[in-house]
Design a protein around this ligand. Structure first.
Ligand SMILES: Cc1ncc(C[n+]2csc(CCOP(=O)(O)OP(=O)(O)O)c2C)c(N)n1
Ligand code: SF4
Ligand SMILES: [Mg+2]
Length: 304
């Protein structure tokens, strides 16, 4: 006889992320991970705008959407302006408890979208702007942006006999935003997910304009094995090349110290094919310049 009192064991339900699985991001995509962490920290009471770029393309291939919150695709340049309109509308309707998050890549934020971003920061609108910095225009084939690091190979900054790769410095986007005297501006990295989520939660509790710069390694554009995303992200921080900082009203309030465990910049650069050309006898001088960039960050923010 069968025992009918026994019920079949079922697995407990897995809480689904607000940027859910099944999208078309590459394996190991730091941007997909960054956006998922941001959304899960923000919670469901959130409206989102996303500029044209990888995140928008891989998460909304028609007719599907990986977003489980109200979401709108802006142009490449105006994610912040669309969010500003949403925020004004919610304010007029007395619905100010809804989080408004504007998102964009490094190209959409630091280059073409910087005017719209500056507007929302200047007006101190109640919007959190998140820049996912994968350090190039990935969606269109790895062209350099204003946030591409010095000497990196991109399709528009190929190293060769005349150049060592990208010959421009990475803009200090954190301080450009902080200089608008907004209540909160910070950097974070997918290498430190708890810190990133804490910053999203903290920012959303503050009324006014907030800016969060998230470092999101891209295995395709940076040329590394997909399973190394977290290691690459952590090493950027531990070498001083990507400082983790919080600012309020244009003053630094907190930093992640790297202290005595600081790693040499080579540890970071060697993980990635985009810096491979530097590891020759002639590349030694360039490596020294990158060491100086890390040292300048460490001195500027007191990371030691
Ligand atoms: C006005 C305008 N110029 C160019 C493009 C083409 N375009 C679409 S996405 C993109 C690059 C996006 O780079 P980024 O903002 O860094 O995002 P990522 O894809 O790297 O995440 C470009 C150049 C466009 N859509 N609109
Ligand atoms: S190209 Fe880079 S940013 Fe774009 S989906 Fe692939 S890993 Fe992510
Ligand atoms: Mg990019």
């Amino acid at each position: 006889m069968t025992d009918t009192t026994k019920t079949k064991k079922t697995k407990p339900p897995v809480e689904e992320s607000l940027l859910t699985s099944g999208h078309r991001g590459c394996a190991g995509c730091g941007e997909a991970l960054g956006a998922k962490l941001v959304m899960d920290a923000a919670g469901p009471n959130t409206m989102v705008t996303t500029a044209t770029g990888c995140l928008e393309v891989f998460s909304t291939a028609y007719p599907d959407s990986a977003w489980r919150v109200p979401w709108i695709h802006s142009l490449f340049e105006n994610s912040a302006a669309i969010a500003a309109g949403i925020e004004a509308c919610l304010r007029n309707k007395g619905m100010e408890d809804i989080n408004v998050i504007a998102q964009g890549g490094d190209g959409g934020t630091a280059d073409i979208g910087i005017g719209c971003l500056s507007g929302v920061l200047e007006r101190n609108q109640n919007v959190l702007y998140v820049c996912y910095d994968n350090e190039a225009y990935m969606n269109t084939g790895v062209q350099r942006s204003g946030l591409t690091p010095y000497d990196a190979r991109t399709s528009t900054s190929p190293p060769g006999t005349e150049s060592w790769g990208n010959q421009h410095q990475k803009k200090n986007l954190l301080e450009i935003c902080a200089a608008h005297n907004i209540p909160y501006a910070a950097t974070a990295s997918v290498g430190f997910p708890q810190d990133l989520m804490m910053k999203v939660k903290k920012a959303l509790k503050i009324k006014g304009a907030k800016f969060l710069h998230v470092h999101v390694p891209c295995p395709l554009g940076w040329i590394y094995k997909t399973e190394l995303t977290i290691e690459v992200a952590k090493t950027a921080v531990k070498t001083g090349l990507y400082p983790i900082v919080e600012m309020a009203y244009n003053k630094v309030t907190r930093v992640r110290k790297i202290g005595k465990n600081r790693q040499p910049v080579e540890d970071y650069l060697k993980l990635q094919g985009r810096f491979k050309h530097l590891f020759t006898e002639a590349g030694k001088e360039e490596l020294e310049k990158i060491r100086q960039i890390a040292q300048a960050n460490i001195d500027h923010y007191g990371l030691e």
